[in-house]
Design a protein around this ligand. Structure first.
Ligand code: GLA
Length: 329
């Protein structure tokens, strides 16, 4: 009878099993670095990445890094902490080559999100895995919406002008405002009534200041159509317009993100902020994290270039759409 040994055998095989699984599956740790951690867009990316971490069972390290120095030291810290992957929206896309070199020597798999790296030759680094928006197309949808709203209101090109708050240093931002301008022109809007307000910084104060300069230069415009890189770009312009007495009846702005304008759309009284192209924070947070997880765990390399779409939200439908997309409860 071998019965007395059975518990021992069970114990041994249990120990062996634990040892084997521990060997087979080292804990997966992924860094998710964003350039503007205070902005709702990036907080949502993190929220969705957290969801993936919970579901798939890996550790997510969230890092806010507003300049190059912080990015490079974050990569060192991640490597020292045993991370195997980094998802990053860099504060400066020209840091691309430096980030690639550092990630490589630290043995980190790399996935750029939102803002594509720019190489030494000033061209996008298309060999670095990237997930971003279809910037030109989404910009065009902004322009089409503005043209349609102008028509609906019966405004004429003679008393209407376009304010494009631009941030051309960032390729995705330039593609968005270029797209909006192209669609307005295609809809018949005169080119000489389209004005760019170049932002010094890609935030609300940056666009507020740039728009104020433009409004001082163009004091006789009765109606303004506003586009920008994102919600914050339009919000800054809207605040500047309100400062000069413009209202929802005399100005129309359409943002991009749909996540940074919720309080604006919730205001009881409509402002010139008409709506926004809602992007998929879930794809940018959850999907990127999932892609990185499977790349590390199963060696499944993600697509080199993935682009996501946008959908228009306005005061009429934003509550329902945000709920459907899991942005709001
Ligand atoms: C850029 C913008 C963000 C957001 C993302 C979307 O990073 O700065 O506000 O629009 O792109 O990819």
């Amino acid at each position: 009878m071998k019965l007395p040994f059975a518990p021992l055998a069970r114990l041994t095989s249990a120990l062996l099993f634990t040892a084997v699984t521990a060997l087979a599956a080292p804990a997966i740790k992924i860094g998710f670095l964003v350039k503007a951690p205070e902005e709702p867009w990036f907080q949502l990316e993190w929220k969705f990445a957290d969801q993936a971490a919970k579901e798939l069972g890996f550790t997510l390290v969230k890092i806010g890094a507003t300049d190059g120095e912080k990015v490079l030291s974050a990569i060192d810290n991640l490597a020292a902490g045993g991370a195997q992957g980094l998802i990053i929206c860099t504060p400066d896309t020209t840091l691309g080559p430096g980030i690639v070199a550092k990630a490589r020597s630290a043995g980190l798999k790399l996935l750029a999100v939102d803002d594509q790296f720019i190489g030494a030759n000033k061209q996008p680094m298309t060999k670095v895995h990237y997930l971003g928006i279809s910037a030109g197309k989404i910009g065009e949808d902004v322009g089409k919406t503005l043209a349609a709203e102008m028509k609906k209101r019966g405004w004429t090109p003679a008393d209407t002008a376009v304010c494009a708050a631009t941030f051309d240093e960032l390729a995705t931002a330039k593609a968005r405002t270029d797209g909006a301008i192209a669609a307005l022109k295609a809809a018949g809007f005169p080119e000489n009534r389209i004005f760019k307000a170049p932002q010094r910084t890609a935030d609300i104060p940056g666009s507020f200041d740039a728009t104020n300069v433009l409004l001082t230069q163009q004091p006789n415009v009765k109606h303004w159509l506003v586009c920008a890189n994102n919600d914050n770009g339009v919000l800054g312009a809207v605040r500047a317009l309100e400062g000069r007495g413009f209202t929802a009846a005399t100005a129309v702005g359409v943002g991009i993100n749909g996540t940074d304008c919720i309080t604006e759309l919730e205001k009881a009284k409509p402002t010139p902020f008409f709506g926004s192209m809602l992007l998929s924070a879930k794809s940018h947070g959850y999907e990127t994290a999932k892609m990185m997880f499977h790349w590390i765990k199963d060696g499944k390399e993600p697509a080199l270039d993935t682009r996501t779409v946008g959908v228009l939200i306005t005061r009429e439908n934003f509550r329902q759409v945000l709920k459907e997309q899991g942005v709001r409860d």
